[in-house]
Design a protein around this ligand. Structure first.
Ligand code: U87
Length: 274
């Protein structure tokens, strides 16, 4: 009981931190140059987009439904998947983030970030003209069928009957699990919780931070993160019912360390549910 009580306290404290999360500031911190600089090969966002593009276009990933776990206020992580799956579900813990996503979906023009450079970059990765970005935006709006609440610490992270009984064909999750888990056991449990949302043989495309102990989710909003290394990520994936296909690691150069977190590296894992 004591151990369980400890877990609940850690998760509750984490949820309290997130009440002050500020999507607009967050987007400014992480999704503008230098971290999102499409003229630089060593910028974090082009690296993430290349990993997702490659993972979704090497012939082994297919199906109907892609679910993004902990979407936040961002859409970059779906820009390759929207060409492979005809149904995409976005999820986040906070209404403020779900609201931000709805604003983009309804094309109200009042979005906090202009996703055009991202759409143009992914068009280029696909061998298309960057000027085809409006078609990609339309495709993304067309395949997104829902924006749902989620809590990865619940054994059933989504409301019952949200997904088809077979589960999703693919899960994407970027920087969510390690930045919402108070410790490594909680991170591994969360991986197990989302594993049940995936059909057997379905793919998990997981992006996360290495060596991070905190980040700012807004001015003065310091959110604790469980510091992970590559070995722990591999072990956690194995323990929670996945077979690792590929792990890629990116190391932040000095000028990518802009003071919004203490991340040292980023991992990309392509895995399959056993
Ligand atoms: N119980 C919960 N269950 C489920 N979801 C929860 C829970 N609690 C909170 N969330 C939700 O997780 C989301 C985490 N979110 C921010 C952390 C990333 C950040 C910090 N780490 C380093 C780093 C970052 C970003 C870019 C780069 Cl380059 C780096 Cl290096 C990811 C958003 C999006 N996926 C993104 O890729 O930016 C947030 O939207 C919560 O609302």
């Amino acid at each position: 009981m004591m151990e369980e009580k400890g877990e609940k306290n850690g998760v509750a404290a984490m949820a309290a931190c997130y009440q002050k999360f500020d999507p607009v500031a967050y987007l400014q911190y992480n999704y503008t140059p230098p971290r999102a600089d499409f003229t630089r090969k060593d910028s974090i966002v082009p690296w993430k987009l290349a990993c997702l593009h490659r993972a979704l276009n090497e012939g082994d990933v297919s199906g109907e439904l892609l679910v993004d776990i902990g979407s936040g206020p961002t859409l970059y992580q779906l820009m390759s998947g929207c060409e492979v799956f005809n149904k995409v579900i976005l999820t986040d813990f906070l209404e403020v983030n779900r609201q931000e996503l709805r604003r983009w979906l309804q094309d109200e023009g009042k979005c906090s970030l202009d996703w055009t450079p991202y759409l143009e970059h992914v068009c280029k990765l696909e061998g298309r003209r960057p000027s085809a970005w409006p078609e990609k935006a339309a495709k993304l709006r067309q395949v997104i069928v829902d924006i749902l609440p989620i809590d990865v610490h619940c054994s059933q992270p989504l409301a019952p009957d949200t997904l088809p009984s077979a589960g999703a064909d693919c899960l994407v999750s970027c920087f969510c699990l390690e930045s919402v888990s108070p410790d490594l056991p909680a991170f591994t449990r969360a991986l197990g919780n989302i594993q049940k949302l995936l059909r057997p043989g379905g793919h998990l495309l997981l992006i996360g931070a290495l060596g991070e102990s905190y980040y700012f989710g807004g001015p003065g909003v310091r959110i604790p993160v469980v510091p992970l290394n590559e070995a722990q990520v591999c072990t956690s994936l194995k323990e929670s019912g996945y077979t690792l296909i590929r792990l890629e690691v990116y190391t932040l150069s000095q000028d990518m360390r802009v003071g919004v977190d203490d991340v040292t590296g980023v991992f990309f894992a392509k895995a399959k549910r056993d």
